[in-house]
Design a protein around this ligand. Structure first.
Ligand code: SME
Length: 154
């Protein structure tokens, strides 16, 4: 998608989600709503979901898309890397990412955005997969980082 069109679409999604959030403060409900909106409004999103840190493990949270791994092997793959670095990771080709965990063979590229609570603690990650190569760029990173802040906002 053209950069300006993509940015405009994210702006609309952000506005819609921001308006929705005050109706419910429960983080898991907010995550579910974020996944639903993103997944159905962004064309190349094949799997859209959260992995949450629970007792030192990354377990699947709310998501949209085909069945995915319920638990991710520790310190392996893109989600653990994003969590460990506390930074967004854009993977243009998952086959070139050492240790990538393939929950679905159709996934070709991926973006992982860490999720922080209001105290700055890392709670998990937002993970989006595409069935196309090089589906994600810095525009996705910028907007998805903004969108995940809604999970723990007022
Ligand atoms: N590919 C991820 C695993 C989760 S699935 O993409 C839904 C990873 O390498 O951590």
């Amino acid at each position: 998608m053209e950069q300006s069109k993509k940015a405009l679409r994210y702006e609309r999604i952000y506005a819609q989600l921001s308006a929705l959030m005050p109706s419910c403060r429960t983080p898991v409900s907010r995550m579910a709503s974020i996944c639903a909106v993103l997944h159905h409004k962004m064309d190349v999103f094949f799997w859209t979901g959260f992995y949450l840190l629970e007792k030192g493990q990354l377990v699947v949270g709310p998501y949209q898309g085909p069945l995915a791994c319920m638990m991710l092997e520790k310190d392996k793959g893109v989600c653990w890397a994003g969590l460990g670095k506390g930074m967004t990771i854009v993977v243009p080709d998952v086959e070139k990412f050492p240790g990538h965990i393939a929950c679905d063979q159709r996934s070709k590229s991926e973006i992982v955005v860490p999720l922080f609570n209001r105290q700055g603690m890392t709670m998990g990650v937002l993970d989006v997969d595409s069935d196309r190569l090089e589906a994600f760029d810095q525009t996705d990173a910028r907007y998805l980082e903004k969108i995940v802040t809604l999970v723990y906002s007022n």
